[in-house]
Design a binder for this molecule. Structure first.
Ligand SMILES: Cc1cc2nc3c(=O)[nH]c(=O)nc-3n(C[C@H](O)[C@H](O)[C@H](O)COP(=O)(O)OP(=O)(O)OC[C@H]3O[C@@H](n4cnc5c(N)ncnc54)[C@H](O)[C@@H]3O)c2cc1C
Length: 373
């Protein structure tokens, strides 16, 4: 059986590999001139720094199977994401933790004192059932921390008022009453030593897989295929005939310097009058390497136009209504499985993307009487 997989990101690579191991003949297409999708990394010619071309990616998971899978295709180096935020004239530690609270309020609280302080003097307990992001933040952190760390950043990131966003974007308890500043809580955290592109090239390196880069999908590709796995945009598959699903896109203003420019990998900018959301300094994502030069990205978020790269699905009421129509079309489309972050119009972390890709491939194999080796 011939299979066409559209997209050489994690979704396409994992599905392609799984089917090739079960002796299917797989063609993986990507319109870009490189594999790895949005996780693509490449060395900067000028500085030698490994750059995360479409924004920084840190691998984090509790899924043992996914961790075993990725580490079988490439070496991972330990990496702990520690994010800072410049607000007004000060630099704070994120996620909001005991250090942030003590610095912000000029206190020396211990964990119990900090919790009592937030609960009794900051949190708006009159909000019993938060209906949106803003209410959720006011309910759990109160107006001062909300204004400093969430409001401006969120408005810049999403281009709308936080009161228009769902409460679920903010965790139920978005504060830590200890000094743990590890951004993620997962058991396994790291970054591939040779970058994501090398890792994904290894996944795709199988005699049963033909990778065709710089090759946008056309209907002609499907003519000789028994099945298509589509990890491109869901609305794009249908020629956007019902309208375009809304995304936020990112503009990266790249600059190179020498030495250590900002002293950390990620510096957020919460103030509304600063037009960018954050600056990332990519050498800090590979602390095991040494480079004299440095590469930084100033990151701006805006509404995604027809020729922009779709990054974050918006998924507000209007988009969800349109999504349900596209989902119905996708359901009715024979011989095509819609996968991944674009194919299902969801924000997916890499580990979830990989786990879902494995499930899609295994479901397909179970249906077609083959088993993954
Ligand atoms: C800014 C940003 C930062 C992120 N950081 C993290 C992080 O730190 N940790 C984490 O776990 N996750 C992170 N993610 C999520 C991560 O990027 C996704 O989990 C992952 O990229 C999903 O892989 P995918 O294969 O589904 O999609 P993609 O990587 O987008 O791959 C889809 C591929 O399909 C190709 N394609 C689309 N249409 C066509 C077509 N018509 N013909 C041919 N090819 C086509 C595209 O060129 C693309 O290469 C981040 C996402 C963003 C936006």
């Amino acid at each position: 059986m011939n299979i066409v997989v559209v997209g050489a990101g994690f979704s396409g690579a994992v599905i392609g590999r799984c089917l090739a191991e079960a002796e299917f003949k797989v063609t993986v297409l990507d319109s870009r001139d490189h594999p790895a999708g949005n996780c693509h990394t490449e060395r900067c010619q000028e500085t030698g720094v490994m750059v995360h071309t479409y924004g920084p990616h840190i691998f984090h998971t509790d899924n043992q199977r996914v961790w075993d899978y990725v580490t079988s295709f490439g070496e991972f180096m330990p990496y702990r994401n520690q994010v800072k935020s410049t607000v007004g004239a000060a630099v704070y530690s994120l996620p909001i933790n005991l250090h942030t609270i003590n610095q912000f309020f000029g206190k020396t609280f211990d964990p119990q004192q900090a919790r009592a302080f937030i609960e009794t003097t900051q949190a708006d307990t009159s909000i019993a059932d938060p209906q949106n992001f803003e209410e959720q933040a006011l309910r759990f952190v109160g107006p001062a921390l909300y204004e400093a760390f969430f409001k401006g950043y969120t408005e810049k990131q999403w281009g709308c008022a936080p009161s228009e966003l769902p409460a679920s974007i903010l965790k139920r308890l978005p504060l830590r009453f200890n000094y743990n500043d590890n951004y993620f809580a997962h058991q396994y955290q790291g970054i591939p030593k040779d970058g994501y592109t090398a890792l994904i090239e290894n996944i795709l390196d199988h005699p049963g897989i033909d990778v065709q880069l710089s090759t946008p999908y056309t209907r002609a590709h499907a003519e000789h295929a028994e099945h298509v796995f589509w990890s491109g945009p869901l609305d794009g598959y249908f020629g956007e005939k019902l309208g375009r699903l809304g995304y936020r896109t990112l503009d990266f203003e790249r600059f190179t310097k020498t030495g250590d420019w900002q002293g950390c990998a990620v510096m957020n900018y919460g103030d509304p009058d600063v037009p960018f959301t954050r600056i990332t300094e990519h050498k800090h994502f590979a602390p095991w390497e040494e480079h004299e030069g440095t590469v930084c990205y100033r990151e701006y978020s805006r509404s995604c136009g027809p020729n922009d790269i779709p990054y974050y699905p918006i998924r507000l009421v209007q988009e969800k209504a349109l999504l349900s129509h596209y989902e119905a079309l996708a359901e009715a489309e024979e011989g095509v499985t819609f996968v991944g972050r674009l194919g299902t119009y969801r924000y997916l972390d890499m580990d979830v993307t990989i786990a879902e890709a494995m499930t899609h491939a295994e479901t397909f194999l179970a249906k077609h009487g083959a088993a993954a080796s």
